[in-house]
Ligand binder design. Structure first.
Ligand code: ADP
Length: 413
């Protein structure tokens, strides 16, 4: 090489170095811009706006593992399959497994024909955890050189840090919401302990005092029997309330997992018929149960299923005036069983129909006072128990005409 060749060679290297230097400066600008953003919803569009300043390509996308998604940042939207190498082989998956960047080489590394002629996939990694990949593609052959790869690696470091920060931000936000919910649950529980538990306990205490005081006088056997019955009712109510509270907590936090067993619906409905026929008669309410033909035995936690039905029937009786009707029905529906409790009671205004399944929610009357006839936990328990079985629960209702609570139990294969 003579000295003229050497000078030309050096000049060319200098020009390339200056060009690379300019691109690194642009990269710094891009990195600063995305680092200022806090959430993925802000980071990714910002990246999409600026990424084209860095190099020449026709497509840029991001693949993230958590939350799992593939999104195009630049160019017409494509699917992750645009990075397929062969059947069952995808360049993005290869990068995730090997933690190595992928780049189509000048030799073509045996590139099969695809939507694009060149691909470059860079892992996004922070603190040794693979977060996903940033992907480039071009219609041109041999579109990405070694400088593009170096620059993309630098970009990936900065982008990974921003994504990790965004994920941490989401985690903290989620924890904060949970903390707020726990706090409001605590307040609700204190309110319940003050109002709802105190009441039945005072009834029990009052009746026991009266029985004690009148043991030696002429109080009739009937009067004391009524006092004992009132006290027993109050005890059942308190136990039911505590059971609801405990089960809601256990189901909500995943501690209580349904113990699945074969449940014979006919048998369960017969039990309910016996239990509620007399109670309903006392309240002058007609109660009946119907099991449609072809109702199959289901797999469910009998105790939980039975308590869901109890809650719905008790509510139906509670909110139905004397002379009304309550019906328990089971019907097969595709691969599900539908169980419903229908009443002819006061009904539920449309605006409350979704909310009544929330913890402690109670419908309020026209004056804004809660129609307090319970704890507001029964339907929350029903929803959690039904969902733990993989089913759904909802209500259809018209004020003053009645309500129909329906829940589904999927049939397990
Ligand atoms: P509660 O213990 O207060 O009855 P639930 O969670 O069982 O709590 O029910 C929440 C609210 O939904 C009740 O306060 C009541 O207003 C309404 N509700 C539930 N079932 C019925 C029904 N069958 N008819 C009318 N209103 C109902």
């Amino acid at each position: 090489m003579d000295s003229r060749d050497l000078t030309t060679d050096l000049q060319q290297q200098l020009t390339e170095l200056q060009a690379f230097h300019t691109r690194v400066a642009i990269l710094q600008e891009v990195a600063t811009a995305i680092n200022r953003k806090l959430t993925l919803d802000e980071i990714l569009p910002e990246m999409g706006r600026r990424i084209k300043w860095l190099m020449d390509f026709d497509h840029c996308s991001i693949y993230l593992i958590m939350p799992s998604f593939f999104t195009t940042l630049f160019g017409p939207p494509v699917e992750k399959t645009a990075f397929d190498y062969d059947v069952g082989l995808n360049r993005i998956d290869w990068v995730l497994q090997t933690k190595q960047p992928y780049r189509t080489l000048a030799s073509g590394n045996g590139e099969p024909a695809s939507q694009f002629s060149s691909h470059m996939v860079i892992p996004l990694e922070s603190e040794n955890v693979i977060l996903g990949t940033i992907n480039f593609a071009s219609q041109k052959t041999n579109a990405f050189d070694a400088d593009d790869l170096r620059l993309s690696n630098l970009l990936s470091m900065s982008l990974s840090a921003s994504i990790r920060n965004a994920q941490r931000y989401e985690e903290v936000k989620h924890l904060y919401t949970q903390l707020e919910q726990t706090e409001s649950l605590r307040e609700d529980m204190i309110r319940m302990l003050m109002h709802d538990l105190r009441n039945p306990l005072s009834i029990i205490q009052g009746n026991l005092d009266l029985i004690g005081l009148t043991l030696d006088d002429h109080t009739t056997y009937e009067t004391n029997r009524r006092r004992i019955a009132d006290g027993t009712d109050a005890v059942s109510y308190t136990i039911q309330m505590i059971d609801d509270l405990l089960d809601v907590h256990r189901l909500d936090s995943g501690i209580l997992i349904p113990k699945l067993d074969i449940v014979d619906i006919l048998d369960l409905f017969k039990e309910k018929e016996q239990l509620y026929a007399i109670k309903a008669e006392h309240a002058n309410i007609t109660f009946n149960t119907t099991v449609l033909p072809n109702v199959f035995p289901i797999q469910a936690d009998r105790r939980l299923l039975s308590r869901v039905i109890d809650n719905l029937i008790n509510n139906a009786c509670k909110y139905t005036r004397p002379g009304g009707k309550v019906e328990l029905l089971a019907a097969p529906y595709d691969s599900e069983l539908h169980i419903s409790v229908r009443d002819t009671g006061q009904g539920i205004p449309v605006e409350y129909q979704a909310k009544i399944f929330d913890k402690f929610f109670q419908v309020i009357d026209a004056k804004g006072a809660p129609l307090r006839k319970g704890t507001g936990l029964g339907l929350a328990f029903c929803r959690l128990a039904v969902e733990a079985h993989g089913g759904k629960i909802w209500v259809t209702s018209k004020p003053n005409q009645g309500s129909n609570f329906i829940f589904t139990v999927p049939v397990k294969n």
